[in-house]
Design a protein around this ligand. Sequence first.
Ligand SMILES: [Zn+2]
Length: 461
Amino acid sequence: MIRLKRRKLTKDAAANERPFDNWKSFERDYERQLRKVAKEIQRILEFAATPNDLSLAEKRLEAYVELLSPWADKQAERMVSRVFEANERRWARHLRQSGFDLRGVMQRGDLAPKIAELRIEAAGYIRSLPIEAATRVGELAQQAAMYGMRPAAIEQNLIDLYGMTENRARLIARTEVARSNSILVQARAESLGSRAYIWQTSEDTRVRESHIEMNGKVCYWDSPPKLSDDTETHPGQIYNCRCIALPLLSDEEVKGALGSGHREHEPRVWPGVEPEPASSGSASLGGNDITTNEERVAQTLHTQELAIKDLGHEEGVIVGTNGDIIHHEKGQAHSVAPPPELIKDNIFTHNHPSGTCAFSLSDVKSIISGDGYEVRTVTSDGRFVSLARGASGWDSALGDDMAKAGLNDSGLFMKADNRAKSKYGHGRTARQRRQEIEAIMNGWLRDNAEKYGYVFTEGKI
Ligand SMILES: [Zn+2]
């Protein structure tokens, strides 16, 4: 069990603290090692002047890959070990400052699979230098033979290739050191139950615009944020990125950060924290304040549903008919159970990570028994289904009648599977089965809306 003393996390404190930085010397060392590989590649290429020489150089590069392998493993192991050790010392300090008891914190053994993964990956990148050079030389040999390339042209091509190899060696060294560090930070943070972190850019002048925009933002470990350049990554886990993640070790720390001016990049629901209105800072909306409840509800649902739709587990939000967020419930892989007493007259929305955009019978039953206003399900492809109470209230027979119609989970699954089998044969896919589940369930709800007096809607969020 980890004991935690609360610590006030202010924007300034977070900005002055760079607990997982300062790996520049490892980076330089690693770069020096990788340059040796680039040099060796240059030596192999040096005297190639004819198509025949090029073919020979290709074979020598391939042989070099084999020779290089044990050395590459050793260098990768050394780099990852050094990053691991530095990372461990900084963690210890960071955790002590945060008031954590260090017992129970992930030890080297627990991180062994991650370390092995990083080592294998890093060694693979080293080997990729001669592998890629061999491929290019092979192509060049063919071109040279085909078009009768002059020795001067061959030489220029080889000089370019050497330059590229050197650049790649530098890029790999930088990226891999930062990436190993970032992945170890993530593994350790998540093992402590951390869900979020603050993105911090390096003070480097070369920070990309799309990363500058992320500075100080709260992001979540479970899905890498999507940046304005369309990449999806945690800090330090993409080529040439020296940004770092400052882990927020508990939900209290997340709330503290949100309460002290840090904004979420992709907003989630935090009970007790006033969410930023979606229109905040947007000039296009001008003074056009939202006045009607319906618009506020739509806006809240939109923001919340965007935040939950891609999660790998179910998460639910209860929204009032005035648009207020009433409750947030983190569920399991395939279920989420909000407090029934909070459902009454409210809207309950949740995601189906399975991708099936259809209610389960228990979704329907719980909105009826809680006398809720509306239940909604969203999927990662941005679709939703909605079941809302009609003017004369819920028909208490609806749940039982659906069960009798074979719409309980197992009945529905079998029906859908049979339909998928008759359409697509034994090669039916899970996706085809999901489509049949949607067709059966949504079809039934569409057809029976008038009979039971509810409103059923399907669409895009
Ligand atoms: Zn960056």
